[in-house]
Write a protein that binds this ligand. Structure first.
Ligand code: SF4
Length: 276
């Protein structure tokens, strides 16, 4: 079992607070799913925390309390929530807030802002809103357009450090001045490192987490480089045939995977292996 499998600090803080808020307020909504894990989102729904996909939906459903999730929202969305007078519980992870702050700072200081990340990810949409409309989002140096002479770089918190190193070296070849804020969260970096080590010591890896979770998918891709790897959302998806002739299997999980799902996976896997 990877030491750091499951909730990171930011997700734990957000999920614990959401369950607490559900006990004290009515009409609680998250703007978008609180984290990328369908099982946790259903558990919250059962406790009275529903999901709204837009501010218009929040208005229509007369939300009593609005939770901003760990990925954060765009600057415009935050402004609108305040203007509309919603009671907001901002659970944006402090690491994401820091990245938003640096994105804004780079824009104000006149840098051409480059964001390393996935353009479709809500965290990156938020970062871009702070970095300004001219900001460029790339995942790989090949996607870079011609750079200006003064370039500033921020990173989606869950990107691997290797991707940052590749991008820095590509931009350094063009820009006269390059300012880099390494906003990769330490929890992500350590989780990736530990997972790589574990995958090198076992014959098969099981990665537990939402199929829509970027960091779980990233863990899967990483493990696949070393051993056969299975990405599951729940223990019910484990198949005996995956482990025939296998003596040592490893388990890791994304930052948004609840502990109860990881424990259940371990239990089922041990039962398949015939050990306690
Ligand atoms: S992975 Fe890092 S940045 Fe993302 S919520 Fe967790 S602690 Fe925050």
């Amino acid at each position: 079992m990877a030491h750091r499998a499951g909730f990171c600090f930011g997700v734990k803080r957000a999920v614990d607070t959401a369950f607490l808020v559900a006990k004290t307020a009515d009409g609680v909504f998250t703007l978008g799913p609180i984290i990328h894990n369908p099982q946790l989102v259903s558990a919250l729904r059962e406790n009275g925390v529903c999901v709204a996909d837009s501010i218009a939906e929040l208005k229509q459903k007369k939300a009593g309390k609005v939770i901003v999730r760990t990925h954060g929202v765009t600057q415009e969305e935050m402004r609108m929530l305040e203007q509309e007078g919603f009671n907001v519980e901002d659970l944006t992870c402090p690491y994401v807030k820091k990245a938003q702050h640096y994105a804004k700072l780079l824009r104000e200081e006149g840098y051409q802002v480059v964001i390393l990340g996935d353009i479709e990810h809500p965290e990156v949409k938020g970062l871009k809103s702070y970095a300004g409309q001219e900001a460029i989002v790339v995942r790989h140096p090949d996607e870079l357009p011609r750079m200006k002479s003064k370039v500033g770089l921020v990173v989606q918190t869950t990107q691997p450090v290797e991707a940052l190193i590749r991008l820095i070296s590509a931009i350094a070849g063009q820009a006269r001045e390059l300012k880099v804020y390494n906003t990769i969260c330490s929890s992500t970096a350590l989780r990736l490192k530990e997972t790589m080590e574990l995958a090198s010591q076992v014959e098969v890896m099981v990665v537990v987490g939402g199929r829509n979770s970027a960091n779980t998918t990233q863990l899967t891709r990483l493990c696949e480089k070393s051993v056969p790897t299975y990405h599951i959302e729940t223990a019910g998806e484990l198949r005996e045939e995956w482990f025939r002739g296998i003596k040592k299997a490893g388990i890791t999980a994304g930052a948004s995977t609840p502990d109860w799902i990881i424990k259940e996976t371990e239990k089922v896997l041990r039962a398949i292996g015939g050990s306690e």
